[in-house]
Design a protein around this ligand. Sequence first.
Ligand SMILES: NC(=O)c1ccc[n+]([C@@H]2O[C@H](COP(=O)([O-])OP(=O)(O)OC[C@H]3O[C@@H](n4cnc5c(N)ncnc54)[C@H](OP(=O)(O)O)[C@@H]3O)[C@@H](O)[C@H]2O)c1
Length: 325
Amino acid sequence: MRLLVLGGTQFLSRAVAAEAVARGHDVTCACRGVSGTVPDGAELLVWDRDDEPPAAITEAAWDAVVDVSRLPSHVRRAVAAVPDAHWVFVSTINVYPDNDIAGTPATLRLHEPITDDIDPKTSPEAYGAMKVACEQIVAVGAASSMSIRPGLIAGPDDGTGRFTYWPWRLDLGGEVLAPGSPDDTVQIIDVRDLTGWIVDSAESRRTGTYDGVGDIHRLGDLLAQAAIGAGTDCTFTWVDQEFLAAQEVEPWAGDSGLPLWLPRPEYDGMLAHDPTPSFDAGLRVRPIADTTRDTLAWLRETPDAVRTGLSPEAEARVLAAWHAR
Ligand SMILES: NC(=O)c1ccc[n+]([C@@H]2O[C@H](COP(=O)([O-])OP(=O)(O)OC[C@H]3O[C@@H](n4cnc5c(N)ncnc54)[C@H](OP(=O)(O)O)[C@@H]3O)[C@@H](O)[C@H]2O)c1
């Protein structure tokens, strides 16, 4: 297969290019080449998608395209340049506005599309609505296409550092601040499982729209499995969300945040998408313990790896306040 990866210099799109090379495909990564390197065996074709595509893109015959863009103008320009290929577009579960409801692509409503580019840094809430527009551009303009809407992507090379917090924290051992309730639902997707499915789907020209999500877990079970993967002995102290909020602990991300924790009931559905249609379409996911073990191994060999979440001092302060309440 002659595969065009739009991206290829970081995390997911780089992993897709690497997996396709490993399977013997002819892989070109088109991007600016500023976020990192493309994997060994893939060709870098320099293209700033703010500009018109180079002839090397428009004049070549591509079997499949994988695109991770967030900007409608970038997707519009690329689809117009490569309309005859099979497209696999990487979207997001942020296309769904109702985070309190669990469901599938067939049951959940979408944001109204935003078809103009809005800088995601100035307007993070436009992210999902622009992805809706991007999906529609691909569905209308490409010969055949699939859209995959991932939830939280975890694993080695994650530049957001969200799931990474947990392998790092569990590895420290001792008393661990566990957020919310052990019965809260949680869901991740290992980047390597998502990558394998994306390349499978490019190869088989799979069509349709799917969530890119793994099994639904209780948070208590996920952390227990993660502790096994990290090979550590720790105790969990569950602190309810009202107390965390009073201590100015943020949900999800950030230096004062706790990843995998989202306020309830507002986010009851966001980490509980039914993965059955995706599993039926070939997605296979590995155990949480394996993702944790491999993320920890990557962290140990990558001193500049990004990790979000509370510092040990901040965590100790909240735990002390909890015990003193
Ligand atoms: N992380 C998560 O938990 C999560 C959850 C749900 C969905 N997603 C989706 O998963 C995908 C992740 O993709 P990713 O890990 O590859 O990272 P990404 O940040 O989405 O994509 C970055 C790629 O786009 C290229 N790029 C950026 N600006 C460009 C420009 N002006 N011209 C050409 N190329 C440009 C970058 O290359 P250069 O900078 O080198 O040009 C890089 O290779 C995204 O679609 C994201 O929306 C992520």
